[in-house]
Ligand binder design. Sequence first.
Ligand SMILES: [Zn+2]
Length: 863
Amino acid sequence: MNLNTNLDAHTDADTNTDTDADSDTDADTNSDTSDLSIDITAFAHDLVYDDAVLHGEPILLSEGDSNSAVLDSDMVSESEEDPDISLELHDFPDDGSDSNINAEFFETPDVLDKLRDQLLGGYKPPAECPSNIKTGMDIDKLSLDENISLEHFIAWKKSNGTVKAYNMHAKVLATHTGATILTLYQARKLAVKLTGFHATKVDICPKSCIVYTGKYEHLDKCPYKPSSGPVCNTPRYRQSSKGIKQPIAQVQVLPVMDTVRALYANAETSSEMRNRDSCLQQVLHLVATAANDPHLVDGMTNAPVRQYSDYGDGQIHQMQYEKLGLFKDPRDVAFALSTDGAQLTMKKQSNTWLLILIILNLPATFRYGDQVVINCATPGPYSPGDIESFLWITFMEMAKASEGLWMYDAVDSSYFLNHAVISMALGDMLGSAKINGMAGHMAIFGDRFSMVQGARSSHVKGSKALYYPSSPPENSTYNPDRPSNYDLHNLPLRTQSQYWKVIKKLEDAQTKKDKASIVKATGISRLPLCAASKAFIHPTFFPIDPFHIFYENEVLFIWDLWTTLSDKNDPVHFHRVAEFGALIPGAMKTLPPVFCGPVRDPYLKRQSQYKIYEWMALLHWYIIPIGIETGMHPSVLKNFSQFVEIIEFAMTSTKRTDANLSYLQELIIKFLLGFEKLYIGNDPEKINRMRLCIFQLIHVPNHIRWNGSIRLGSQATVERSIGEMGRMIRSKKAPFANLTNLIYEKELIKILCLYYPTLDINCKQKSDLKTVLQPIQEHKIYKKYNPMTPVIEEELASISVLLKQTITSGGNIKYSRWGKLKLLNGHVLSSRSTEAKNRVQRQSFWFEVCLICTILLKMLIFD
Ligand SMILES: [Zn+2]
């Protein structure tokens, strides 16, 4: 998880050295010394349906604001420079009347149709269900020996045991039960036979550049050319002693639909898989009934008052259902594809990339952790080159799955034709750049959600247009080609119809130069493999990763602005930073150890791998109170507090209405304008403080409309999976082979347990899965001679304040006192008295009172 943590936080971007290995996506777009000019302002944003649905209703402008506030003489003159490209590539309104954009939404380019056909390979689902489709299976068909052996095998695997452990426990079992326990090899073989779960092996360049799929399928040597250095040319095969061609290296890809098939064959998970549809049905019902029920309609906008909480009730899902004709069966499946890189061992340069599929049908509380499918891990030690060639096998499977695959449904006890699609592709900025076909954050149109043009902060020739201020000072000299002002209420957002037009143009481009100019004028560089998904919608298919952008890019960058990137005379400079830093470890004492690891002094440790959770802790807990104490400038703190509110709003998992999101949008706009005023002021060279990561906050409200919660795009899930798998690796000599096995066996065991739930010794009743906050270790309260009594009185007083209702020890409300509290995630908080006995370093009870109050409040209010 070392990878490119702050791509967007380069300290001196104007002379950016672009050290990322990934620059192949950017390379052809950055020759921006001779700019083509584009007229952005004429990209009027009249809300045709793909905009209206995807971007929410427009925010009502205050009086006097026209919807094209950005029009000024500056831009009108520019629009004449190159009218062709702008006319063709941007959606001009056809004099406001019957524009044909809606129809064009569905006009997929030929190149995409070809790609889809190629992936499908002529597959058609059979009209009748084939006879070999697995159902939930009868445990009685296994012999007792097989039964015990498989239970043993599963328990051993789930506890990540060694081979020695398997054999020794097997002996114990055999001695006491008289059963013949299968050897590890036999047990595994039986599990494979029962599940029919086999991995696909595909040839790969030993240097991980490409997988021999798609356009590489028939090649004999690797054609990949890294951004620096010559073509790889490593051969694909070696000759065996008998003269037979053998692949030098292969990579494993797991068939994800085998897992889906097993999920439906299990009655419990089969009903969980219907969660997606029940959310969708609620939305559709609301929309249908709102017409006749004024209570369901917002008085201002006349639109149904809907709430966004998850993919299931978001706009994208609704649109895929209504407009793209997907999810007609309640059991049809939506996946999120997620990619991320990691280092598995301490050795340098041992990068692996994991491709993970998250099943969006499952409720959000249940879909992560063990339920994610690790589909493929690239074998290090090199970073993968063309990551789409690694995805190819999965997209072939998904092409078939979207046409229909037969499976068994244990809820309906019947066979049915299931359809599945990938609905979104997640990744941090680097991961996303490898699969989204956009020109990247270094391009002039580097924002993948809007057509806002990047700005330069320097006159120096070759300086890059990397920054996104809404109205930069001295724009006409620094950025003569760029609009002098963007209205943050009304940005030129990217649309699907415009996207297909650009893809067609790119396909038709005759020369490299033509192509480059299109890429430059649009920020779109090619048709990505992901577009082959029938659920593909631009630009929502590649959402922001809040995990990295909020905490690693934004907080870190703002911190640097206060400390190393500003000088003493700068109003945003933080003068007492050393003092601030020194207070952090002390403040840690009040933080229960279960909340996060130790947060270090950012002043001293900023450069030594300061971790994401440390930035989180600074943002959410420490900067504001300690900033006040150490005399940070009030206007800086005020602006930052807006930022904190935005992030907290965005990262809180709760249902949001359009009214809530309008509030958020206003707050973001206030923050961004305040940020520009404070950090840039009148200095045109300081616009480099308005980085893309800061600007992209403006897209947060739309993300919540799209997928319910911005947390859906979080890479935290993938990173956690990587971490878990990483810790299980035993082999130091061959960690990648070890990882490959671990990934396969994890899925094998999961599928086996779905078909035969009773084999899992930990098999929990469903009621057990729904945990509640559990107090444990009850303490008796002795009224007399108890030194704790004053403390209890104090606690009751605080609780009374919160509840706005007096509770005393002599009152008639019964209360009890507990030593510990088990949280939903399994962690345990200790009480003050428990911790007093154990003299712990960090204390839990500060949070406990709040938690208990929350519980009490809920009881009082909702019961
Ligand atoms: Zn290669």
